[in-house]
Design a protein around this ligand. Structure first.
Ligand code: SF4
Ligand code: SF4
Length: 167
């Protein structure tokens, strides 16, 4: 259940988290969509059949992680900015988290930005590896952020302008 603030609980997140083994294999979509609303662009967008067909448009999307190739198309189509792609195979120390982003100006590649968790808590400064456009008609960009492996399932947003809160 979402708590009052709309932030998913640890239990919610567990239900959409792939195994460590799958995370280490390569990029995979993490769909953090926990409210039953009439919406299905993610399922329509996935050409790999990795998002199981919705029986009812209000159903929550369900993933077959083994079919997902981490292309990120669903991420850029989700109006709720609820989809992330995590690549645990990036390096021994770092994973790449791809984060939907709709603010301007965009960060630059190689810029250090603050990574925040689902509640907006600052987790450190991390390097932007890539900025990906969602296409000419799509205002959702994808920020590729390199983070320590242990934060791959924690960092879910970025903030520019440096750390504001020490500790
Ligand atoms: S990342 Fe690509 S393959 Fe994976 S669920 Fe999204 S659209 Fe499908
Ligand atoms: S497109 Fe986004 S908000 Fe809509 S059902 Fe899929 S994950 Fe949820």
């Amino acid at each position: 259940m979402l708590n009052k603030t709309g932030i998913p609980s640890t239990e919610d997140v567990k239900t959409v988290t792939p195994s460590q083994e799958r995370l280490k294999k390569g990029p995979v979509a993490i769909i953090e969509c926990f409210q039953k609303i009439p919406c299905n662009p993610c399922a329509e967008a996935c050409k790999q059949g990795a998002i199981l067909p919705l029986q009812d448009i209000n159903d929550l999307p369900k993933m077959d992680f083994d079919k997902c190739n981490g292309c990120g198309v669903c991420l850029s189509r989700c109006p709720g900015l609820a989809i992330f792609v995590v690549d645990g195979s990036y390096s021994a120390e770092e994973a790449v988290v791809r984060i939907p982003y709709e603010y301007l100006p965009l960060p630059q590649e190689e810029e250090e930005v603050v990574g925040v968790d689902r509640a907006g808590k600052e987790l450190g400064t991390f390097k932007v590896k890539k900025i990906q456009s969602g296409g000419s008609k799509n205002k959702t960009y994808t920020v590729w952020l390199a983070v320590p492996q242990e934060l791959a399932m924690e960092v879910r947003g970025i903030r520019r302008g440096g750390i504001r809160h020490a500790g």
